[in-house]
Design a protein around this ligand. Structure first.
Ligand code: ZN
Length: 369
């Protein structure tokens, strides 16, 4: 490897087709006759063929060094290095292989743009199972000529709960969380501060109706509760926008509250639809067909269910002890797809918990025969 490059163990294992481990100090001394830190390719009888010479050590040289000359490397002697080492001239590598880990800023092999490395959440995965299970379990399908063939199998999993928990983990505060409008069950909650007041009630209903007609997912909190209780509930379940219909109605305005930033805007009642069209960048109702807004009496149940689901999953800081015991792996539903070499595709949805099986599947995929 080049001195500033890091070994990627998965690539190494794939190249030698067996699992590898670091050498013990005594093993290093026995092979190189030198302590670690001064190891080099000179003076050792390396294997010539990766598959045939199984009794000899293999010398793999990273592709980054292929064609390079006059390199500096270890001398297999404490405190010494060698100059002018050229692979192929001073020593024979068993093979050149892509062994190093990529680093941020390197050029993409396709478009040459610099690579960016970010932390990500695994919300789903794919395993190529090949013939492993279809062969051992005797699965057969007919190809286009009516001939019986063994299908190639893949396993595809997507964690619905992961998407929700990842969203909540990134957007939460002491009062609950907020969801992106695209995944929120409701985008807007319309909250009259006092349903006993006919004026407030009817304006709230009007606003809910017009937002609904404009294609937004709206819920009207028409419960006879104190405003504080309603605000708390709305905060808790992640609805990204709230319209508070209160005293300012006499001046023709309502409050629009952004759940994420708690920013409050006074908006003229007649301009409420335009306000949300701007906020949610939606113009066409055709893209978002109407579903009809729900009233709080029916939504009470949904709210209660949502809270139970959220608490049950131990989301974010709301229930830290539960989160600590929560395993994403357990919640992955496996969807297996068997693809035959014919246009026929059979789908099997299995609700069994994954119980660590994908890990075995993955290792079988990494080391093809
Ligand atoms: Zn690219």
């Amino acid at each position: 490897m080049r001195g500033d490059h890091q070994l990627n163990e998965a690539k190494l294992n794939g190249t030698v087709a067996i699992a590898t481990r670091p050498m013990e100090e005594s093993e290093i001394k026995a092979l190189f006759k030198s302590p670690a830190g001064y190891l080099g390719p000179i003076g050792i009888e390396w294997a010539r063929d990766l598959k045939k010479d199984v009794d000899r050590p293999v010398l793999l040289v990273d592709k980054a060094l292929e064609g390079r000359t006059h390199l500096i490397g270890g001398a297999n002697k404490e405190d010494y290095h060698l100059k002018n080492l050229t692979p192929g001239a001073n020593f024979q590598p068993t093979a050149y292989a892509d062994l190093r880990a990529v680093t941020a800023g390197e050029a993409c092999p396709n478009c040459e743009k610099p690579l960016r490395i970010d932390t990500a959440v695994e919300i789903g995965h794919i395993f190529k199972l090949g013939y492993r299970y279809s062969e051992s379990m005797g699965a057969r399908v007919l190809d286009k000529n009516g001939k019986e063939v063994t299908p190639i199998m893949g396993s595809y999993g997507i964690g619905i709960e992961r998407i929700l928990t990842a969203a909540v983990e990134q957007s939460n505060d002491d009062n609950g969380f907020w969801l992106a409008p695209a995944i929120a069950p409701f985008e807007i909650v319309v909250t009259p501060t006092n349903v006993g007041d006919e004026k407030l009630k009817s304006v709230a209903e009007e606003i809910a109706k017009s937002l609904d007609s404009a294609g937004f997912d709206v819920v009207l909190d028409d419960r006879d509760e104190r405003p504080g209780v309603k605000f708390k509930d709305a905060d808790l379940v992640g609805i990204p926008f709230r319209v508070t219909v209160g005293k300012k109605v006499t001046e023709g305005t309502v409050e629009v509250v952004l759940r994420s930033t708690r920013e409050v805007r006074d908006v003229t009642i007649s301009a409420i639809v335009e306000c949300f069209q701007e906020l949610l960048r939606r113009k066409s109702e055709k893209l978002y067909p109407r579903r009809g807004f729900r009233t709080m009496s029916t939504i009470k149940l949904i709210l209660a269910l949502a809270v139970i689901v959220v608490l049950g999953m131990g989301v974010a800081q709301i229930v830290p002890p539960v989160l600590a015991n929560y395993s994403f792996q357990d919640d992955l539903r496996q969807i297996s797809v068997m693809a035959a070499p014919t246009p026929t595709v059979r789908t099997r949805i299995c609700s069994k918990r994954s119980s660590g099986k994908p890990r075995n599947m993955r290792s079988s995929w990494r080391r093809p025969r």
